[in-house]
Design a protein around this ligand. Structure first.
Ligand SMILES: NC(=O)c1ccc[n+]([C@@H]2O[C@H](COP(=O)([O-])OP(=O)(O)OC[C@H]3O[C@@H](n4cnc5c(N)ncnc54)[C@H](O)[C@@H]3O)[C@@H](O)[C@H]2O)c1
Length: 375
């Protein structure tokens, strides 16, 4: 018998980002967070007390909980695939923070395991399901910039060692600016252009070590294991091209830049790491004399605003209704495949083909209401 009422959710990993998830998931009537688990059970206990979650314990406690239908995996990238695989083995649907895994093989194996078990995998980011990126996508689908041709994205700042109390994982395999922030930008680009066909890239590392700036371990020096600046270009199967900067090396903050140029105009997509923002379009000037005075048309934002957790909700609803999640494991795997290919292009100095393909990602319906009880 199919269950009814809110979907029971358990968390594995209750560190920094769990606050945002818990604040939001506890406001959606279709979700019931029943238990939190972490390697450090004191952290899980403190988060449970803070957010009014009745139970806490280890990851094994979450996996064994009979009321948990879906696991939210907020561990660090190196163990995303392993924890997600344990969730599937325990008969639970799973939402993982990005990236889906740190190598192609474990990502592919996870999706095969889920498919065989008849369970769903969803992967962050869900920011791109928010009204900001969705409004921009609707404008493109409506033909407001003509045929999309090219894009440029920029994400640069000095790096997460200045705000994260345990930043080592962000400078290790599976992170760095490409794997940590790339998913937001590359997912937005795949939403617009479809599957990536090939990539080329160069990268560099400004410092061999970094120093933790905040928290109990401030002053601790750790090794930087990955490039901290990557410039990548990509070609899409259906014809688009893009250029992207991902950097933890620049004191000059420039984030959330996503510009799509089509045959009729250039559209600015809001920061794909946020759920909303300004969507605007500029068109070719009528004369050279006014080239410096771009005029902008604002596109009114439509859709209900919600924050991180939207993808978990979409996954939970899909699990119950037999649908497919929009922030799907297949999309997460294609984005990972693209990032691994960019990494290989940096290391090997050649253009690298991206073999995986993903179906076009449908738009979120205009009347999608996260705050409605639908199950
Ligand atoms: N912090 C952010 O601003 C942010 C934003 C978006 C996404 N994310 C992503 O969310 C994930 C978690 O990031 P975070 O900043 O919360 O990290 P964090 O280091 O603060 O927390 C991770 C937690 O996972 C636990 N953990 C690790 N391995 C585990 C395992 N095998 N079983 C159970 N628990 C385990 C750790 O004990 C820790 O409490 C990462 O993938 C990160 O990229 C973080």
């Amino acid at each position: 018998m199919t269950a009814t009422g809110p979907v029971g959710v358990g968390f594995i990993g209750t560190g920094m980002i769990s606050n945002t998830y818990l604040e939001n998931l506890t406001t959606f009537p279709d979700i019931n967070v029943v238990i939190l688990g972490d390697l450090d059970t004191e952290v899980a206990k403190a988060q449970a007390a803070k957010h009014g979650i009745p139970q806490w314990g280890t990851a094994a406690d979450v996996l064994a909980h009979p009321d948990v239908e879906l696991i939210v995996n907020l561990t660090i990238p190196a163990v995303h695939a392993q924890v997600a695989s344990e969730a599937i083995a325990a008969g639970k649907h799973v939402w993982s923070e990005k990236p889906i895994s740190v190598d192609r093989e474990s990502g592919r194996a996870l999706l095969a395991q889920a498919q065989a078990a008849g369970l769903l995998v969803g992967v962050a980011p869900d920011t791109v399901l928010g009204p900001g990126v969705q409004t921009a996508r609707r404008a493109i689908a409506h033909g407001d910039i003509g045929e999309p041709l090219s894009a440029q994205t920029v994400m640069q700042y000095i790096g997460p060692d200045i705000f994260h109390p345990s930043p080592e994982f962000l400078f290790s395999k599976g992170a760095g600016p490409l794997f940590d922030m790339g998913p937001y930008y590359l997912t937005a680009l795949v939403h617009v252009f479809g599957s990536v066909e090939s990539v080329a890239a160069v990268g560099s590392k400004s410092r061999a070590t970094r120093t933790i700036q905040t928290g109990d371990r401030a002053g601790t020096v750790f090794d930087v294991q990955v490039p901290t600046h990557v410039s990548a270009i990509a070609k899409y199967v259906d014809g688009g091209i893009s250029q992207s900067v991902f950097s933890f090396d620049s004191p000059m903050v420039k984030m959330g830049v996503v510009e799509i140029t089509g045959t009729e105009g250039t559209l600015v997509i809001p920061d794909p790491n946020r759920f909303t923002g300004d969507v605007k379009i500029t068109r070719a000037p009528a004369a050279a004399a006014i080239m410096d005075e771009a005029t902008w048309e604002s596109v009114p934002i439509t859709g209900v605003y919600a924050e991180r957790g939207l993808g978990v909700l979409d996954l939970a609803r899909a699990a119950r209704t037999g649908g497919r999640p929009l922030a799907s494991g297949e999309l997460g795997l294609h984005v990972l495949d693209t990032m691994v290919a960019i990494d290989e292009a940096v290391t090997e100095g050649r253009t690298v083909a991206v073999d995986s393909r993903v179906d076009p990602v449908p738009l979120v319906s205009d009347d999608y209401d996260p705050f409605a009880a639908t199950l």
